[in-house]
Design a protein around this ligand. Structure first.
Ligand SMILES: C[S@@+](CC[C@H](N)C(=O)[O-])C[C@H]1O[C@@H](n2cnc3c(N)ncnc32)[C@H](O)[C@@H]1O
Length: 308
C-alpha cells in the first residue's frame, strides 16, 4: 500500500499529537492513540487526518457509531474527501453506495505511482493487460479481422502497462488518468501520443463520435460504481466494429458492492445487462482474475464489448 496521506492541521502541536498517536497506533495501543487524536481535534477541530485516523481506530475497537461520527467529521473537514472517509461510511453501512471521490483516487495513485508497478505486478501478480490482450486477439480472430487498431484510448492508463501489452497492435494511443503522477510515468514510456490528467468519463466526453477503434480499461472500472455512463460514451466514441475491453472485480450477488479493499465489485448479471442497455454487443466473457489479494485470485471478469 502507498504511504499514508497526511493533511497538516496547520497547528504544530496538533500535528505533533497526531504523530505520537500514529506511533502509539503502530505499537498497538489503540486506546491511548484514540485519546491523543481526540486531543488533537480539540486543538484543531478541522484536522481531517486526525478525524479519519480516529475513525479507523474506533472501527478497529469495535465502536461503530463513534467511528461513523469521526469519519463524518473527516468528510466535513475536507469536502473533496482525499482520505476517502465517505467510502468508509459506505463500508460501515452509514451511507448509500456512491462514486469514489476523484480527489481520493488522485491522492491514492499519486502516492502509489513511484512503486505502483512493483507493488501490483510483483506483489499482487497483476495480469490485467495480458488478459485483455488475449481477449481482444480472440475476438478479432473469431471475426476473421486483423488485430490492428489505428486509434486506441486507455482509460485509467496508470503507468502505461496496457499500452506496453498492446504496443505492436496500436498505431496511436491516448491515455486518460486522474493521477498526474501516474501520467508522468506513462509519459516516460513514450507509448502515448496524448495523455490527459482527467476523469475517464470527462475525457471520453471530449472525444468526437467514431474516433477510436479500441478502448481499454485494465483494472480501472473497479474504481467506477455505475458502469452505464462510461459504456454509453464508449459506444459513441467507438467506430463500428470497435471494441471496448475491460476488467472488473465481481461477486456472487446482485448489483454493485464496495469491497473490503475499497474497490467496487460488479455482479455478473449487472455487467451483462449494462453492456446490453448501452447498445453494445458482448463479444467476450471470461471469469478470470486480474490480480491476487493475500495470494488468492480476486474474482474477476474479462470482457470485450463491441459496437455492432
Ligand atoms: C489499478 S490502476 C491500473 C492502471 C493501468 N490500467 C494498469 O493496467 O496498470 C487504476 C488506475 O485507474 C485510475 N483511475 C481510477 N478511477 C479513474 C477515473 N474515474 N478516471 C480516470 N482514471 C481513473 C487511477 O488513477 C489508476 O491510475
Amino acid at each position: 500500500m502507498p504511504a499514508r496521506l497526511f493533511l497538516s492541521s496547520g497547528d504544530l502541536i496538533a500535528d505533533r499529537r497526531f504523530e505520537f498517536a500514529r506511533d502509539l497506533k503502530l505499537k498497538g495501543d489503540l486506546v491511548a492513540a484514540a485519546d491523543l487524536l481526540l486531543q488533537a481535534t480539540e486543538l484543531a477541530p478541522n484536522f481531517t487526518s486526525a478525524w479519519f485516523t480516529l475513525g479507523e481506530i474506533r472501527e478497529q475497537l469495535g465502536a461503530r457509531e463513534q467511528a461513523i461520527e469521526a469519519f463524518r467529521k473527516a468528510h466535513a473537514a475536507d469536502p473533496d474527501d482525499r482520505h476517502g472517509a465517505s467510502l468508509r461510511l459506505i463500508r460501515l453501512g452509514a451511507e448509500a453506495l456512491s462514486e469514489m471521490p476523484s480527489a481520493y483516487v488522485q491522492a491514492l495513485f499519486d502516492q502509489y505511482a513511484p512503486r505502483f508497478e512493483s507493488a501490483l505486478v510483483d506483489d499482487l501478480g497483476y495480469r490485467g493487460p495480458a488478459l485483455l490482450f488475449k481477449a481482444v486477439l480472440s475476438v478479432r480472430a473469431a471475426a476473421r479481422k486483423p488485430a490492428f487498431f489505428r486509434r486506441a484510448i486507455d482509460l485509467g492508463c496508470g503507468t502505461g502497462l496496457a499500452a506496453v501489452a498492446f504496443a505492436k497492435e496500436v498505431d496511436r494511443f491516448i491515455g486518460i488518468d486522474l493521477s498526474p503522477r501516474m501520467i508522468e510515468r506513462a509519459r516516460a514510456t513514450s507509448l502515448y501520443a496524448e495523455l490527459e490528467a482527467d476523469d475517464m468519463l470527462r475525457g471520453l466526453r471530449s472525444k468526437p463520435d467514431g474516433s477510436a477503434d479500441l478502448i481499454l480499461a485494465a483494472d480501472a472500472m473497479v474504481y467506477v460504481s455505475d458502469l452505464a455512463p462510461v459504456l454509453i460514451e464508449t459506444k459513441r466514441v467507438l467506430v463500428t466494429d470497435g471494441l471496448f475491453a475491460f476488467t472488473v472485480e465481481t461477486h456472487g450477488g446482485e448489483g454493485v458492492t464496495l469491497g473490503e479493499g475499497l474497490r467496487y465489485a460488479h455482479g455478473a448479471a449487472y455487467v451483462r445487462a449494462t453492456i446490453v442497455a448501452a447498445g453494445l454487443k458482448l463479444s467476450h466473457w471470461d471469469g478470470l482474475s486480474a490480480r491476487n489479494e493475500d495470494n488468492v485470485p480476486v474474482p474477476g471478469l474479462v470482457l470485450v464489448a463491441a459496437k455492432a
